[in-house]
Write a protein that binds this ligand. Structure first.
Ligand SMILES: Cc1cc2nc3c(=O)[nH]c(=O)nc-3n(C[C@H](O)[C@H](O)[C@H](O)COP(=O)(O)OP(=O)(O)OC[C@H]3O[C@@H](n4cnc5c(N)ncnc54)[C@H](O)[C@@H]3O)c2cc1C
Length: 433
């Protein structure tokens, strides 16, 4: 028995953990075990990569091929995005889509179909993948792309490990001429101002906003919006972002409404001008939290979770206003509150993105939190939105199903390929996938 945790450190589960070094080992593991799930680097917040039996894919991590003319990388699924950046950025290639941490595996990126700060321009991670290989329940290996085994492709991207184990992928990297980003920072006064700023900068390649979720009344929805473009200065020397470590779990009282309020005030006021420009490293633009090792310890031994939802564009403003007011009234603070504008979603069955605004908020696990989330769920559904499975640890089957109308097609595919008994996570059992 072993304990592999997810990023939120909640829940704690004892699991039997298997590793493999070649596909025949993996076949043997699958042959002997039902109710198993792939585990990448455990950077999902909730219980999608947790269960009684786990296949640890992280050690399966060789590069298989790289075409220096086209930027197409073929690699095993355990390769971390951080490794891809370290190897290929100095050669002038960067990930076409990257989430807010580089410490995730290629398999985990595909299974959650992760999005980045350029979703409105470039779509999600699976939109940059040409094809991948997938081991099914019976040990057979399917090559999946938009043209070949396209149903398996649509189910696996965003399918949270429930269609098999991704073994390798061919990924399109993008050419860049610098390790730096030209960042423009815009400070807004309220939600209307925030929406206007997103609209004004909607053609920027990257955009993301930190929002003060404790602001009320006239300042509700005030934010710091950061937009960015790749520099073209031909400096491809990797910059080390300053790293420090949270040495141990903080006591649970350390993070409370007052400390979050103080942090939010400082963070907002540290930006003085309405608009400012900086040249920053790729590391600090895309992965500011990665510079703090073990930052998840800040939330204490009880752990934390993230509530991330997306609302259709037409209802985003009203929905966000209602949700932000509700959170501010609840007094439960989150200093990490990230607002993003998404472009058109793809046609994968369970991928999270749709055209609209998404808000992600971290909360310490404490009494009353899941009751607050239940109230937020009702508002999210009222405005036609849905929740992100990669961040979830508690949503019920009813709420999940309303948000993902193609769930029955997904279930039918699981049945057709005899995947239903073979691959399960705590999350899939809870939401009835
Ligand atoms: C600081 C931080 C910032 C983040 N920012 C973003 C963001 O901006 N955008 C975003 O979309 N996400 C974001 N995430 C979430 C993260 O990108 C996803 O949860 C990602 O899936 C984690 O990958 P992992 O390798 O750690 O996989 P795990 O967490 O181990 O697993 C996640 C899911 O992938 C499945 N899986 C893993 N490997 C395989 C495989 N080889 N075959 C089949 N299934 C597999 C698992 O079964 C599970 O369902 C963030 C997370 C953190 C901690």
């Amino acid at each position: 028995m072993n304990t592999l945790q997810s990023w939120g450190k909640y829940p704690h589960v004892n699991s039997t953990v298997f590793t493999f070094s070649d596909p025949s080992d993996l076949h043997t593991i699958l042959d002997g075990h039902d109710g198993i799930i792939a585990h990448g680097n455990g950077r999902s917040y909730g219980d999608s990569a947790l269960g009684k039996q786990l296949i640890h894919v992280l050690p399966y991590n060789y590069y298989l091929d790289f075409d220096t003319d086209t930027g197409i990388l073929t690699c095993q699924a355990g390769v971390l995005l951080s490794e891809i950046i370290e190897t290929f950025l100095p050669q002038g290639w960067f990930l076409s889509v990257t989430p807010g941490t580089k410490y995730i595996t290629v398999g985990g990126a595909l299974a959650s179909d992760v999005h980045g700060k350029n979703h409105h321009i470039r779509g999600s991670f699976s939109d940059t993948v040409l094809d991948f290989t997938l081991m099914l329940s019976d040990g057979s290996i399917a090559i999946c792309s938009h043209a070949t085994n396209s149903e398996l492709f649509r189910a696996t991207c965003g399918g949270m490990g429930l269609t098999g184990v991704i073994l390798s992928a061919r990924i399109q990297l993008m050419p860049v001429r610098s390790c730096m980003i030209n960042q423009t920072t815009i400070k807004t006064r309220d939600l209307k101002d925030t929406f206007d700023a997103f609209e004004q900068y909607k053609d920027s390649t990257y955009s993301v906003a930190w929002i003060d979720c404790l602001a009320k009344g006239e300042t509700l929805g005030k934010c710091i919006l950061m937009v960015g473009e790749h520099c073209k200065d031909d400096d491809l020397t990797l910059k080390n972002s300053r790293e420090f470590t949270i040495p141990c779990e903080f006591p649970s009282f350390a993070l409370n409404n007052l400390t979050v309020k103080a942090f939010n005030t400082l963070y907002y006021n540290r930006v003085r001008e309405r608009i400012s420009e900086q040249k920053v490293s790729i590391g600090s633009f895309f992965y500011p939290l990665d510079a703090i090792d073990h930052w998840n310890r800040i939330y204490g031994k009880g752990g934390f979770t993230q509530y991330q939802f997306i609302l259709p564009l037409a209802s985003s403003y009203d929905g966000l206003q209602e949700i932000l007011s509700h959170i501010a009234r609840s007094g439960k603070g989150s200093f990490l509150a990230v607002l993003k504008l998404f472009g058109k979603g793809n046609n994968n069955y369970l991928s999270f993105p749709m055209t609209g605004y998404s808000l992600a908020l971290d909360f310490k696990i404490e009494p009353g939190l899941f009751e607050l989330f239940d109230e937020l769920d009702a508002i999210v559904l009222k405005y036609g939105g849905r929740l992100y499975l990669a961040k979830d640890v508690r949503v019920g089957r009813d709420v999940f199903e309303v948000g993902y109308p193609e769930i029955d097609t997904f279930r039918a595919l699981r049945a057709e390929y005899s995947l239903t008994e073979k691959f399960n996570s705590l999350q899939s059992l809870r939401v009835g996938i």
